[in-house]
Design a binder for this molecule. Structure first.
Ligand code: UDX
Ligand code: ADP
Length: 497
């Protein structure tokens, strides 16, 4: 294994592999980075000017590394010639999807390693020289051992595979910043693989301070990634469970979160009550830990973590039930506007978004749902809702709008399910020389009362944590010195990194 690699391949051009390799290539102009994927359309999109994923700042970075817009020799490539890229590389990231298993042993909770395994088999079959293999996908503790077995069973015995774990901690919507200024880079390795680990350290050392690059035991690294996601999800379920207590008592969840977050042992991030967390990682990873705990005969541990997911399901249901109650227990033929469909702002990703659950329930109640999201395509919204409601013709119940104002026009209620910044201003009329008259479209919008402003609406209708208009108004006269007023406008926060 050489100390400085010059050729990297990444198998999997998704939300993790794409942005990570774009940054690695940009920061290491001397390393040729090739990102490969089975999906031809996905690779074609990475080669085009309309990238397959929306991530602020990504386009510019890709243009520098892929096209050499800063005058450099382009060193970032996208390809479907997987075998060729594997064979040429000294270091290979495995960055494929690891969804929850839907059938067989561990169905519903275990991570499905079929994609990891098929990527590993592909590598084993075509490699003719030694490779450093890096697990990038979030995998259950012990996966490196399975990889080792695949390689020793299939590969040419003269070819050596050095297996490392290097989990990715980026959050969507803030991926570029998370990659450029990571809290830490974890590299897990067996004691005998120190040289391989050092080679990967050198890749990151091009821009990450050495003290933030941590080399640890292989198994610790695998478990640390799972543990970090589970603990973040657990914080959100904790604050969401407290939002139910707030509604029952008259406490304000934003104030409670603010006050609790001032405790430096707790901290203020990932404490925003929401309609429930979404995204591809949290639920899957918590369930994976549940499954691991069960297989280790630790039923109490499994139950503890399962409750994190259960509270999340409860929160989504609770959000909708509250809307129904405020609309006199019937939604039949009422127009309900839903602003935001992505699982958080600054992404077009809809995996596990709370919007699917909430809208499905609204539809079941007979509502006509008007949906707008700045990044999610009409096809994607229809596809997600149709898959969640196979017995219905979803197009009878939903309409996709091109902007927030038209989606909200004549609606009985607005649910803000994604905290896109533009929703703070979209419904507020542009200032005129005269004080603005009430906008007709907003007339009947509110869950609370028909004279509410759009900012009242945002906090009142979107945040499961503030039960009444009085509670929203309480923000104005809060005794806290720096109340979370801006956050109070948001239905769901993103990563606050
Ligand atoms: C997460 C982890 O943050 C990241 O480190 C890991 O690598 C992948 O999983 P991501 O899912 O992209 O990243 O987004 P994140 O910002 O963590 O949000 C996840 C969900 O939790 C979103 O639905 C978000 O709206 C919700 N959330 C987040 C809350 O409900 N409240 C919060 O305070 C923060
Ligand atoms: P993540 O969010 O973890 O990045 P994605 O689903 O966005 O997950 O991306 C994973 C990518 O991996 C997909 O584009 C998929 O086509 C690709 N992939 C899965 N298995 C293989 C494989 N064996 N070889 C190449 N690409 C693969």
């Amino acid at each position: 294994v050489s100390g400085n690699v010059t050729n990297i391949c990444c198998v999997g051009a998704g939300y993790v592999g794409g942005p990570t390799c774009a940054i690695i290539a940009k920061q290491n102009p001397h390393i040729k980075v090739t990102v490969v994927d089975l999906s031809e359309p996905r690779i074609a999109a990475w080669k085009s000017n309309s990238l397959p994923i929306y991530e602020p700042g990504l386009q510019e970075i890709v243009e520098v590394a892929r096209d050499g817009t800063d005058g450099r020799q382009p060193n970032l490539h996208f390809s479907t010639e997987i075998s060729k890229a594997i064979d040429e590389a000294e270091l290979i990231f495995i960055s494929v999807n690891t969804p929850t298993k839907l059938a067989g042993v561990g169905s519903g909770s275990a991570s499905d390693l079929a994609y990891v395994e098929s990527a590993a088999r592909h590598i084993a079959e075509v490699a003719t020289s030694d490779k450093i293999i890096v697990e990038k996908s979030t995998v259950p503790c012990g996966t490196a051992e399975s990889l080792r077995e695949i390689f020793s069973g299939l590969a040419d015995p003269s070819v050596k595979f050095h297996i490392l774990s290097n989990p990715e901690f980026l959050a969507e919507g803030t991926a570029i910043n998370d990659l450029l200024e990571p809290d830490r880079i974890l590299i897990g390795h067996l004691p005998e693989e120190k040289a391989a680990a050092d080679a990967l350290v050198n890749v990151y050392a091009a821009w990450v301070p050495q003290q933030n690059i941590k080399t640890i035991n292989l198994w610790s690294s695998e478990l640390a990634k799972l543990a970090a996601n589970c603990m973040l999800a657990q914080r959100i379920s904790s604050i969401n469970s407290l939002s139910a207590v707030c509604e029952a008592t008259g406490a304000d969840i934003d104030e409670v979160a603010y006050a609790v977050g001032l405790d430096t042992r707790i901290g203020s991030r990932m404490l925003k009550a929401s309609a429930g967390f979404g995204g591809s990682c949290f639920k899957k990873d918590v369930l994976s830990l549940v499954y691991i705990s069960e297989t280790l005969h630790l039923p109490e541990v499994a139950e503890y973590w399962r409750s994190v997911v259960e509270i999340n399901e409860y929160q989504k249901q609770r959000f909708t039930r509250r809307m129904i109650k405020r609309l006199y227990n019937t939604l039949s033929r009422k127009k309900i506007a839903v602003l935001g469909f992505a699982y958080k702002k600054n992404t077009g990703d809809t995996r596990e978004t709370a919007a699917i659950t909430v809208i499905s329930q609204l539809i079941a109640e007979g509502a006509k749902v008007a949906i707008y999201d700045p990044q999610v395509s009409e096809n994607q919204i229809i596809h997600d809702l149709q898959s969640a409601n196979p017995a219905k013709n979803i197009k009878d119940s939903i309409t996709i709008y091109p902007d927030a104002v038209s989606a909200c026009s004549d609606a009985c209620a607005i649910a803000i399910l994604t905290e896109w910044d533009q929703f703070k201003t979209d419904l507020i009329p542009a200032p005129k020389s005269q004080p603005p008259a009430p906008v007709p479209q907003l007339r009947n919008l509110t869950l609370e009362d028909s004279t509410a402003t759009s900012s009242d609406l945002s906090s009142a209708s979107s945040d499961a944590g503030s039960e009444s208009p009085e509670m929203s108004a309480a923000h104005a006269s809060t005794p806290l010195s720096t109340p979370p007023t801006e956050d109070a406008l948001e239905g769901k926060p993103g990563s606050e990194r």
